[in-house]
Design a protein around this ligand. Structure first.
Ligand SMILES: [Zn+2]
Ligand SMILES: [Zn+2]
Length: 102
């Protein structure tokens, strides 16, 4: 069984089914991690610290936070709608203000 040399560095021999040596594989891996030019990885536009969820602009954390905010707003909207539904006369009994005057 003939030893094959790494086609990349031509220094190290390949083992088994390797197409490049471990040194080159590690080097490529390091480079890939250093410069993530794959446009699949988009950083979160909100915090910019975590990669965004695929197809979204935000990371999981921020998405969760956004959802929570949306839920809160939705809830607030419902409360506001409920309040608006109430007849104002009931909320402010103006007819009964005689004993409080003066
Ligand atoms: Zn190599
Ligand atoms: Zn984020």
């Amino acid at each position: 069984m003939a030893l094959r040399k790494c086609p990349k560095c031509e220094l190290n021999y390949l083992r088994g089914n390797e197409t490049i040596c471990r040194v080159c594989a590690a080097e490529m891996d390091k480079k890939r991690r250093h410069e993530p030019d794959e446009d699949e990885i988009i950083m979160c536009t909100e915090c910019g610290e975590r990669p965004a969820v695929r197809g979204k602009d935000l990371c999981e954390e921020c998405l969760r936070e956004q959802k929570r905010q949306a839920d809160l707003e939705l809830h607030a909207d419902q409360v506001r709608a409920d309040e608006a539904d109430d007849p104002i006369e009931e909320a402010f009994p103006v007819e009964d203000d005689e004993d409080s005057t003066d």
